[in-house]
Design a protein around this ligand. Structure first.
Ligand code: G4F
Length: 316
């Protein structure tokens, strides 16, 4: 198994090392077509999973063009790399042993939702440069499947979390905030819109769904989520309660964290994945939040060095 990293002496690699076992690392950049072709030639993969993106929604307003290039055009470049290395063209379709491609599409594509819950046929109405870029990635994956007969699929994944989640996303921001307050390292937690609703699941369950999609007979897109929606307020309330804290004493609303255009409600209809992939999430919301709070209590209260604590720049 191989991982693709970009940049010279990428500082993330040494931090990744202890989590990835014997996964080998090669270089390439979603902004650089030639580097992706070289990487695919070097590795000769059976499967390619494209999870690379600028994935933090607020950053996509600050760096809209870069988001379009990485999160959107990066998908096209990866598909092209696979197509070129496989020798596929409009007149030469891939053989049976073709490289299979997974694209990480996002429930952010549903944006201002047209129906609830959202399934594979729900129309898209993205609300951020990130959502727009992901929608391009989704359609170009579908187009390469239809144009060249490639085994290219998109998983439309709803929010998926774990103790490894970046500190900028709300679940981890809350679990770290609870741990800091519980340990006397902070006195408040500043948040934005508590009314937004999300369908939160466990990342490990969703990674399993990705592999199942590529193991199917035929390439198809799937919605992956739990089918239950909760507000940010529900998340905050439960996370503080797991540490015996009353959230209303510590949470401060701060307009700095509200978005120019919000996605108010996401809720998956994962019926197709359930029936065709036989996929079911195994970790529920309460277990997930408890896992994250306990992990951050261990991280901040234990013997880890302070520089292992995720940084929180001012705008997160
Ligand atoms: O945790 P979030 O930043 O995730 P968001 O925007 O839903 O996106 C995540 O899930 C997508 C799948 O649906 C992925 F495609 C994407 O890459 C990413 O993984 O925010 C969740 C909600 C938002 O409504 C936000 O307004 O929480 C609300 N929120 C309220 N206060 C906050 C905060 N979000 C953050 N990050 N920080 C806050 O202080």
């Amino acid at each position: 198994m191989w991982g693709l990293v970009r940049g010279q002496a990428n500082p993330h690699v040494s931090r990744l090392r202890k989590h990835i076992g014997d996964v080998r690392i090669t270089t390439g950049d979603l902004l650089d077509q030639g580097s992706l072709i070289s990487a695919v030639e070097r590795v000769q993969p059976d499967e390619v999973y494209n999870l690379g993106a600028i994935s933090y929604v607020p950053m996509s307003w600050q760096q809209a063009e870069l988001t379009a290039e990485v999160t959107g055009m990066g998908v096209l470049r990866m598909l092209e790399a696979i197509r070129v290395v496989s020798g596929v063209s409009a007149s030469r379709t891939p053989g049976r042993e073709q490289i299979r491609f997974y694209q990480a599409s996002s429930s952010e594509m549903f944006g201002m939702v047209r129906e609830t819950p959202q399934n594979e046929k729900t129309p898209f109405h993205p609300r951020s440069p990130y959502g727009v870029a992901k929608t391009y990635g989704h359609y170009i994956t579908q187009n390469y499947r239809e144009s060249y007969g490639m085994f290219a699929v998109s998983g439309i994944l709803f929010n998926h979390e774990s103790p490894r989640r970046g500190a900028e996303f709300v679940t981890r921001k809350v679990s770290l905030g609870v741990a800091r307050i519980k340990l006397g390292l902070a006195t408040e937690l500043r948040l934005g819109n508590l009314d937004a609703r999300r369908d939160w699941g466990f990342a490990g369950d969703y990674a399993r769904a990705m592999r199942m999609m590529l193991a199917q007979e035929s390439p198809e897109d799937y919605v992956i989520g739990t089918g239950r929606t909760r507000s940010v307020r529900d998340l905050v309330e439960f996370a503080f309660r797991t540490a015996d804290l009353d959230w209303e004493r510590y949470v401060v609303l701060d307009g700095k964290y509200t978005r120019p255009a919000e996605v108010d409600l996401l809720c998956a209809d994962p019926k197709k994945a359930r029936e065709q992939l036989r996929w079911e999430p195994e970790v529920g919301f309460e277990e997930l939040v408890t896992m994250m709070v306990e992990s951050d209590l261990r991280l901040l209260g234990g013997s880890r060095r302070p520089d292992e604590e995720p940084a929180s720049p001012d705008h997160w």
